[in-house]
Write a protein that binds this ligand. Structure first.
Ligand SMILES: [Fe+2]
Ligand SMILES: [Fe+2]
Length: 248
């Protein structure tokens, strides 16, 4: 599994793990993110059961995985969180932030962990990082694509974890972790967004929210990350795209 440190300053480190060359070609490729801070260890969208051994092996090279305190699940899909029962066995202190809308559904993965759920209200919430760091902010991203869905913004590093927004289905031959040619990258995003994003109105609301933030890098759960001017290029492209339109 490849990894890239996205930020490492003032006691705050963001690392992305992904593009596992050993992954079964039956499962969609995913990115998992770890945030290490003075008072918290946070995993964003920890991934599916199928890739759990590879993710644990990669993350345990950097931290004591049993010390992860916080999991954030942007929404309910199996590629986001079907590994949770396995993680809960490893991380006795961990709590799970997830959209309130899905808590009763996600409990089907293992109801014994429900008392560790933090159901996030529709307007979002903050997650403390400790020290002098600003809190993480869960930003509403409902219907993009899931009906209960959040992005995660870190004002310290100016990184925005966008979940399935900005996702690209890239061939294994394209192993880059950061977009280098936006125009060429569009071909890997277009079908995904047209089919999995159902609402132009919801899409527009999310874009408005993100434009109010100062984003250095936009970090999706599938495919490569956008940085610098490509963040704005992505928002402009997404704004023009008619979504919910891939079914004849
Ligand atoms: Fe999804
Ligand atoms: Fe996904």
């Amino acid at each position: 599994m490849r990894k890239l440190i996205l930020h490492d300053e003032g006691g705050l480190r963001w690392t992305v793990y992904g593009r596992d060359p050993e992954r079964s070609d039956k499962v969609i490729d995913t990115n998992e993110y770890l945030i290490s801070s003075p008072d918290n260890l946070v995993m964003l969208d920890p991934g599916g059961t199928e890739i759990f051994p590879a993710v644990v092996a990669a993350v345990s090279e950097d931290i004591d995985v049993g010390a992860v305190k916080t999991f954030v699940c942007s929404h309910q899909d199996p590629d986001i969180m079907s590994s949770l029962p396995l993680w809960m066995g490893l991380c006795p202190e961990a709590r799970i932030y997830l959209p309130w809308l899905w808590s009763g559904f996600v409990a089907h993965f293992g109801h014994e962990y429900v008392d560790r759920f933090v159901p996030v209200p529709d307007e979002g919430c903050a997650i403390p990082l400790g020290g002098s760091l600003a809190d993480l902010r869960l930003i509403p991203a409902h219907y993009c694509h899931s009906s209960g869905n959040f992005s995660v913004y870190d004002p310290n590093s100016r990184l925005l974890f966008s979940g399935d927004i900005g996702a690209a289905l890239m061939p294994d031959s394209q192993s880059e972790l950061v977009v280098t040619d936006f125009a060429a990258h569009v071909r890997y995003m277009e079908g995904f967004h047209r089919r999995w994003m159902p609402s132009n109105r919801a899409k527009q609301r999310w874009i408005e929210r993100v434009r109010e933030l100062d984003v250095a890098r936009l970090c999706p759960q599938h495919g490569a990350l956008f940085e610098g001017e490509d963040v704005g290029r992505f928002l402009d492209w997404f704004e023009k795209l008619e979504v919910g339109s891939a079914v004849a």
